[in-house]
Design a protein around this ligand. Structure first.
Ligand code: G6P
Length: 489
């Protein structure tokens, strides 16, 4: 395919931090998106447009004077364009609307008796959100122009929901896919957003030719929400939408992880050393592991409580099992995230206080960004505990089974997008039900070895069967199909 690819996302594939010599040095992000897209970008010699998030990024953006930065690293290469956005505008767009409002709405995070209450504070942050989306659309139009027009635009996530429409206004025949990496709430819940935000977000996304989701659950919720907009016709059976005389296809493309890259990353000397250290630390205990961002959707507190319940009901497991929680700090600008972090730490401390024994604590909580530590822990778990309240996909549930060496069992929330793919080899749980989660921990720890083997093999087979290239490839095919369906002008 000769079409060039232009990707847009809030967080770029790499960030620049000032190195010891004072010069900005690149650090690759650990996100699944980079992995999934890097292959396609390389083939198509594509461009990636992202917001400058660190001081280092900003310096690079200024030094490149709005141009492209070439980044080569091992077998990946990018051309990057960073947008240098004034900090107060970025704050309204990222903390105010993206993470403070849309993230809450899409993940059912409000405690509706008390929140949300929208007041005069919404208008200015909404203005910032529109402003940043406009800057992205403008930059994409310019980059498309430089590429000579034969371009596919792949726009990522809720930060950039208005970009499809804004870009279409600038480049009416642009070929646009917007992909949501989050879950989508049902239409009633989405209507809790201020009406103009709700409508404009939906209409913004509808500027695309193709809208991608990780799971049929989220696609269906989007279709139902869009159906409420005047002048928009939704064909639920064919999963497509007619708006402004254009067809928008709503499609499912579950993202995956790059098995080869992960196995290489887990085979380094550093990870081996960490793995040996962890193995000594676990001693003769069985090991339950969780790996998460310190994120409201991840359900960390209830996870600890379910484990506590398990230990109280099965005291013979005391001093025979340990729960290692590797949690990386996230979105610390938002008070809800800071409070949640405190709640996680306090709950682990309480359980350790009440159930600990000399030389043995039931929970080990490590709150830091430690991807290599996670790779080491993946090798060693007997139970991988993934219990989000709700989750667009969840890559931990895929990474773990690829690297685990102990035929570990996956306990997985039925509300994670990943459950649709992996559920038949996992122990499914309702993330709100301590009783069910605690029983699943028991079942996982007691499971006979041949059953564990069957499930562990099934999981890694499913992950290997869906390489990341398929995720991008599917979207590009959808776009070609959309192009063929367009009326000839
Ligand atoms: C989710 C979103 C991503 C986002 C990531 C980390 O997975 O779908 O778009 O990048 O969380 O969040 P952050 O705010 O740190 O970029």
């Amino acid at each position: 395919m000769s079409r060039s690819i232009i990707v847009a996302s809030n967080r770029g594939p790499i960030t620049f931090e000032r190195g010891p010599d004072g010069a900005p040095a690149a650090r690759r992000g650990s996100g699944g998106l980079v992995t999934a897209l890097s292959g396609a970008l390389q083939e198509a010699e594509g461009v990636w447009v992202a917001a400058a998030m660190t001081e280092g990024d900003r310096e690079m953006a200024i030094a490149s004077r709005g141009g492209r930065i070439q980044h080569d690293e091992g077998d990946i290469a990018f051309r990057l364009r960073y947008l240098d956005i004034p900090p107060e505008v970025y704050d309204g767009y990222y903390n105010g609307i993206s993470n403070g409002l849309l993230w809450f709405a899409y993940h059912y995070l409000w405690d509706t008796v008390r929140s949300p209450t929208f007041g005069a504070d919404v208008a200015p942050v909404w203005e910032s959100y529109v402003d940043v989306n406009r800057r992205f659309a403008q930059a994409l139009a310019e980059e498309g122009d430089r590429e000579g027009g034969d371009t596919a635009f792949l726009i990522q996530d809720y930060h950039l929901a208005l970009v499809p429409r804004l870009l279409r206004e600038l480049v009416p025949d642009a070929l646009i896919c917007h992909f949501s990496h989050t879950s989508m709430a049902g239409p009633t819940y989405q209507r809790m957003m201020p009406a103009q935000v709700h409508d404009q977000i939906l209409r913004g996304m509808l500027g695309a030719d193709v809208l991608g989701f990780h799971s049929p659950m989220w696609a269906e919720n989007f279709l139902l929400a869009a159906r409420q907009l005047p002048g928009v016709r939704v064909d639920l059976a064919r999963s497509r939408i007619l708006v402004d005389g254009r067809l928008v296809a709503v499609r499912i493309h579950p993202i995956s992880v790059d098995a080869r890259a992960m196995r290489e990353a887990a085979a380094t000397q550093r990870v081996r050393t960490l793995r040996r250290g962890l193995n000594r630390w676990r001693n003769n205990n069985r090991l339950i592991v969780r790996v998460d961002r310190l994120e409201l959707t991840k359900n960390i507190v209830r996870g600890f409580q379910a484990y506590e319940l398990f230990l109280r009901r099965n005291p013979d497991w005391i001093e025979r099992v340990r729960f290692l929680a590797l949690l990386s700090p996230s979105r610390v600008e938002l008070p809800e995230y800071r409070e949640y972090t405190e709640a996680c730490v306090a709950e682990a401390a309480r359980i350790n206080d009440e159930l600990g024994r000399p030389g043995w604590s039931p929970i080990e909580l490590r709150a830091k960004d430690d991807y290599e530590g996670a790779l080491a822990a993946y090798g060693l778990y007997d139970v991988l505990f993934v219990n989000p309240v709700i989750d667009g996909m969840n890559l931990v549930a895929m990474e773990g089974p690829l690297l685990n060496r102990r035929r570990g069992v996956l306990v997985l929330s039925r509300n994670a997008g990943a459950f649709g793919r992996l559920g038949r080899y996992a122990l499914g749980v309702n993330p709100f039900d301590l009783d069910e989660m605690s029983a699943a921990i028991g079942e996982a720890l007691e499971m006979p070895v041949d059953e564990r083997t069957r499930r562990a093999r099934g999981l890694s087979r499913l992950v290997l069967a869906n390489p990341p290239a398929r995720w991008v490839g599917g979207q590009l095919e959808d776009l070609e199909r959309a192009l063929r369906r367009r009326p000839v002008s």
